[in-house]
Design a protein around this ligand. Structure first.
Ligand code: ACO
Length: 324
C-alpha cells in the first residue's frame, strides 16, 4: 500500500531575533548575514519554553489537518538533537500529552537530516502494513546549543518544530522514493559534544553543555554537491527530470547553498521554496516547517511532485520525492 504525507503542521517561538539584534551580541552586520546566508531573522525560544511544547503544537496541527485523532496513531517518531530529557524520549512525552494511547514512540538522532530519516522509516512501516498512522516530528531548539559568542555559527540557527502524519495514500500519490545516507568520516566538520560522554561523575556537575561546532566551508561544499547529486539520483529512480519537479523544498541552511544546487540542477526560481530568510537554519524542523508554509501558501497542489533533501551533522543526508 503506498504511503504519503497526509497532514502537516508547524510551530515556532514568538520571540524574533533580527540581524540587527545580533549586531549587539557579536561583531557582525545585517549586510554580512544577509549576503552570506540569506537570513534576516530567526525565532528563539524564551527561557522555560521547551522542545516538547513546540513539538506538541506542530503535532496537533498536523493531526487536525489530517482529521486524525491521537488514539489512531500507531507510532510517534521524533527527530531532535535538543530533547528536554534523554529519557523519556520526546516522542513518549508527546504520546502522553497528545493522549495517543495506542502509540509507541522513540527519538532518532540524525541532526538536520532527522526529519527525512523519520519519514523514510514511517513510509516503509506503512507500506509494509505494519502501521497505518505514524506521526513524524522534527523539532530543535538550536538556540540552546549555540555558542552566542561565536559569530560564525550563532547567526545561522533558529528554533522551530514541524510535523507530518504519514499514512496510506492513493495509488500514484504519496512517497515515490526515499534515500538515506551517512558518511561518518565527516563527523568532525559539524558536531555537538555530549555533556556526559567524556567526563567522569566527579566533574559532571558544573561542566557546561557543549556547543555546536562547525567547519562552515566544508559543510558548504558537501551540501551543494549532496543536494544536487541526491536529487538527480532520486529523480532517476522515479523516471523524472528536474523540469518535472513542481516544488524543491531542501533543508533551509543557506540561500547560497540552495541557489548553487538549484543552478546545477537547472531548476527555475519558481520551482524552489525557501523561507530561511525568516527562520534561519532550524535543523530537523526546517523541511517540515517549509513544507507546511508551502502548503499554506497554496504551493502544494493535488498531484504536485515535491522533492525534499536534508543534510547535516554525521555527516548524514536523506532525500524523498512525493506526490502531494
Ligand atoms: N559576521 C561577520 N563576519 C563573519 C561572520 C559574521 N557572522 N562569520 C564569519 N565572518 C568572517 C570570518 O571571520 C572571515 O573573516 P576573515 O576573512 O577575516 O578570516 C570571513 O567572514 C569569511 O568567513 P568564511 O567562513 O569564509 O565565510 P563563508 O562565505 O564561508 O560563509 C558560512 C560562512 C555562512 C558559515 C558558510 O560557510 C556556510 O553557510 N556554510 C554552511 C553552513 C551550514 O549550512 N551549516 C549547517 C548545515 S547542517 C545543519 O543544518 C546543522
Amino acid at each position: 500500500m503506498p504511503a504519503g504525507i497526509v497532514g502537516l503542521g508547524s510551530a515556532v517561538p514568538e520571540r524574533v531575533l533580527t540581524n540587527r539584534d545580533l549586531e549587539r551580541i557579536v561583531e557582525t552586520s545585517d549586510e554580512w548575514i544577509r549576503t552570506r546566508t540569506g537570513i534576516r531573522e530567526r525565532r528563539v525560544a524564551a527561557p522555560g519554553e521547551t522542545t516538547t511544547q513546540f513539538g506538541l503544537a506542530a503535532a496537533r496541527r498536523a493531526l487536525e489537518r489530517a482529521r486524525v485523532e491521537p488514539e489512531e496513531l500507531d507510532l510517534i517518531i521524533v527527530a531532535t538533537s535538543t530533547p528536554d530529557t534523554v529519557f523519556p524520549a520526546t516522542a513518549v512525552r508527546l504520546q502522553a500529552e497528545l493522549g495517543a494511547t495506542r502509540a509507541a514512540g522513540f527519538d532518532l538522532y540524525a541532526a538536520c537530516s532527522g526529519f527525512v530519516y523519520g519519514v523514510d522509516q514511517a513510509r516503509h512501516l506503512v507500506e509494509a502494513g505494519a502501521h497505518r498512522k505514524v506521526l513524524v516530528v522534527g523539532v530543535d531548539l538550536l538556540s540552546r546549543i549555540t555558542d552566542w559568542s561565536d559569530r560564525s555559527t550563532c547567526v545561522l540557527f533558529g528554533d522551530a518544530a514541524g510535523a507530518a502524519l504519514v499514512g496510506p495514500a492513493p495509488e500514484g500519490l504519496g512517497i515515490l522514493a526515499s534515500r538515506l545516507g551517512a558518511d561518518g568520516r565527516g563527523g568532525s566538520h559539524l558536531y555537538l559534544e555530549s555533556p556526559y560522554a567524556h567526563h567522569g561523575f566527579w566533574n559532571v556537575n558544573g561542566h557546561p553543555m557543549g556547543y555546536t561546532r562547525m567547519n562552515g566551508q566544508e559543510i558548504f561544499k558537501f551540501a551543494v554537491r549532496l543536494l544536487a547529486d541526491e536529487t538527480q539520483t532520486l529523480l532517476q529512480e522515479i523516471g523524472a527530470a528536474p523540469e518535472d519537479v513542481d516544488l524543491f523544498v531542501p533543508h533551509q541552511a543557506n540561500i547560497r547553498i540552495i541557489d548553487a544546487a538549484a543552478e546545477r540542477l537547472g531548476l527555475r526560481p519558481d520551482q524552489v521554496f525557501t523561507n530561511l530568510d525568516r527562520y534561519g537554519n532550524t535543523s530537523t524542523a526546517s523541511i517540515p516547517l517549509a513544507l507546511d508554509e508551502a502548503w499554506q501558501a497554496g504551493r502544494l497542489k493535488p498531484g504536485s511532485l515535491v522533492v525534499s533533501v536534508g543534510f547535516g551533522g554525521g555527516l548524514t543526508w536523506g532525500a524523498m520525492a512525493f506526490r502531494w
